[in-house]
Design a protein around this ligand. Structure first.
Ligand code: GLC
Length: 615
């Protein structure tokens, strides 16, 4: 017990990471000041009220009069650039020439036109799927004040029902951002990071309720609106959606976590640490952390969230403590710890962060892990144990073990289950949560290999004709009716309910490279290459073997394109994966092994245990 307490203390008093604070002149530069005019009156029908925030959210654009290249200009001051990293005028003109910016700032029509024209003129040059993917990715760029700020979710010219697929989603932009970083194009990522940061601090109110200040939007749109009193001019405004307009009003818990992960990747890849060192960025990181680390009623160190708060943004029975959120949370905590400037004001936050890392890794590694051995243990669980020493702490009834799992679990391999609540284990396998647990070192090295072993053993189900299943298995029948609320989009083996999502290729690739097993990702990429371009880069595939393009899948879905590109870029340069990977922290390992020996599953008494965490 003393060992546990000691190890934890060591972790808590340890350094917050390398000192990143320096006197770089960029550090104190404020973001440009906007005119609050639009937002002061900008009330929306949805009931969300935007109040002016005295920081940059809009700029003014003069209507193009001659050619786009000549006249696309912006009156606003923009978030300042890193010297030397700015896009040259020619580059901007090059992009503007190749695209028509619609009134959402999206390079829409000519992006496809460009692909078509080039396919006629240079058939050989776009033979490669990769070239096509790059063209499409560039065509999906969204512009704000003339600069790329993100990528549109889907850029399907033949789809008239846009819903919100014409927006820049934070989570969807991550693979786009990584692709640009790996290509050495840093500015779009920097602009994205700084402008989404501005959106974070909006005062948001929905039906008289204000979510936490650190909340990042799920998505945003660039609107080009006429400038008051000047017919010849427009202004660009950013219009975020914090979930108040989203279908089901889901909270985008993952957005802030992805934002932190991307911020670190930007610094690592570009070498430009001035962004993460800025006061406003440091404040942004802390706001996200405070929101995630706030005390509540929770008994577990895992983040408690509502259904649909991540990539699966519809009701799918993942409310509570879904693995995907925990994996992103853990990775974001490690990334934030690396980037936070040590200063007196953040000591408590860093202590809380370290505290949480230890408890979270212990909790997930111990209670979410499942393999043949653990399954057999659960099968023989005693229930109704009222005591501190309970082995079956969450009172799981063995009958909960689903029949499919008894057959499905391979002798070699295992995975982290989807969710854990009192008397409830969600035994479904969720790909993103498992892959990101490998990437962020939330899973142990042994567990990480076992997850990949299972992935190989279950290739026919998880990859089949298109990598890869978002989760396994699908919910059907009565279970589907009850859990999804009879959702016609989430029918068995479709969309979030066991559909296959090509974007997951990039997370698979990072995980495989981290574990030095890139061959697995290579094989998955080869399968995708057989048809992804021919199928027009769908958002997802349907059926048990992913044989059909998803019934309601968007085509030219940007993160399918970017996910493929990131996988290719990383496979050709595996060393670059380090910008996303979190290496196992040895201090955490020590604390973890001490807590493990104090675990009642190992039949240790609670007496004398100075327990800092509920594990
Ligand atoms: C769907 C997905 C979500 C994604 C969005 C935009 O809603 O479920 O994860 O961010 O589309 O592509």
């Amino acid at each position: 017990m003393a060992c546990a307490a000691e190890a934890i203390l060591q972790v808590l008093s340890g350094p917050a990471g390398p000192p990143l604070f320096n006197s770089d002149s960029c550090f104190h530069k404020p973001i440009s000041l906007p005119s609050p005019k639009y937002y002061a009156t900008g009330e929306r029908k949805s009931g969300f009220v935007y109040k002016p925030n005295l920081r940059s959210r809009k700029c003014t654009t003069i209507y193009p009069t001659h050619s786009l290249a000549e006249s696309f200009s912006c009156k606003c001051q923009q978030a300042e650039r890193v010297s030397g990293a700015a896009i040259s005028e020619n580059e901007i003109n090059g992009v503007a020439n190749a695209s028509i910016l619609d009134n959402f700032g999206v390079a829409r029509e000519l992006g496809h036109e460009k692909v078509r024209i080039s396919s006629k003129l240079h058939t050989t040059s776009i033979d490669s799927i990769e070239d096509e993917a790059w063209d499409l990715l560039r065509a999906s760029m969204v512009y704000y004040c003339g600069n790329p700020i993100g990528t549109i979710a889907a850029n399907d010219p033949n789809d008239s029902s846009l819903l919100n697929y014409d927006q820049v989603f934070i989570r969807d932009f991550v693979p786009s951002g990584i692709a640009f970083l790996l290509k050495g194009e840093y500015d779009i990522v920097r602009t994205f990071i700084l402008h989404t940061l501005q959106l974070q601090s909006w005062e948001k109110t929905m039906d008289c309720h204000s979510p936490g200040q650190g909340l990042m939007p799920a998505s945003f749109k660039v609107r080009t609106i006429p400038l008051d009193g000047d017919d010849s001019a427009t202004e660009d405004v950013l219009d975020p959606d914090f979930g108040e307009a989203a279908i089901g009003r889901v909270a985008p818990v993952d957005s802030g976590l992805w934002w932190i992960i991307l911020l670190r990747a930007y610094g690592k890849c570009s070498g430009d640490l001035s962004v993460q060192e800025r006061v406003d960025v440091q404040t942004g990181i802390k706001m996200i952390l405070k929101l995630c680390l706030a005390d509540g009623f929770d008994m577990f160190p895992t983040l408690l969230v509502t259904d649909g708060s991540c990539m699966i943004d519809r009701r799918m029975g993942i409310h509570g403590h879904p693995l995907e959120i925990q994996a992103l949370f853990y990775s974001a905590l490690l990334c934030a710890r690396e980037m936070l400037a040590p200063e007196d004001g953040s000591a408590d936050l860093i202590t809380a962060l370290n505290n949480r890392l230890v408890a979270l890794s212990f909790h997930i590694r111990e209670y979410y892990w499942i393999d043949m051995k653990k399954l057999n243990e659960i099968y023989r669980y005693k229930t109704e144990e009222y005591s501190y020493d309970a082995v079956n702490k969450f009172n799981i009834y063995p009958d909960q073990i689903p029949p499919w799992l008894v057959e499905w679990m391979p002798n070699k391999g295992g995975y982290l289950i989807g969710n854990l609540q009192p008397a409830h284990m969600d035994f479904r396998y969720f790909s993103l949560g498992n892959l990101w647990s490998i990437v962020g070192s939330l899973a142990t090295t042994e567990q990480s290999h076992a997850i990949l072993d299972l992935f190989e053993a279950k290739w026919a189900e998880l990859v089949a004709d298109m990598p890869m299943k978002i989760c396994y298995p699908a919910l059907g029948g009565e279970e589907w009716r009850i859990v999804t609320g009879s959702d016609p989009k989430n029918t068995p083996w479709s969309y979030h309910n066991g559909g296959s999502w090509p974007t997951l290729l990039w997370q698979l690739t990072v995980a495989c490279i981290k574990m030095n097993r890139p061959g697995i990702a290579e094989n998955a990429v080869k399968i995708a290459e057989r048809r992804i371009s021919r199928d027009k880069w769908p958002e997802y595939y349907d059926t048990k073997r992913a044989r059909f393009i998803g019934k309601q899948a968007r085509l030219f879905q940007t993160w399918s394109i970017a996910g493929y590109l990131v996988a290719k870029l990383l496979l050709s340069n595996p060393g670059a994966a380090h910008i996303l990977v979190n290496v196992e922290d040895m201090e955490l390992v020590n604390a973890f092994s001490c807590m493990l020996s104090a675990n009642p599953r190992r039949k240790r008494s609670r007496k004398g245990l100075k327990q800092s965490y509920i594990i």
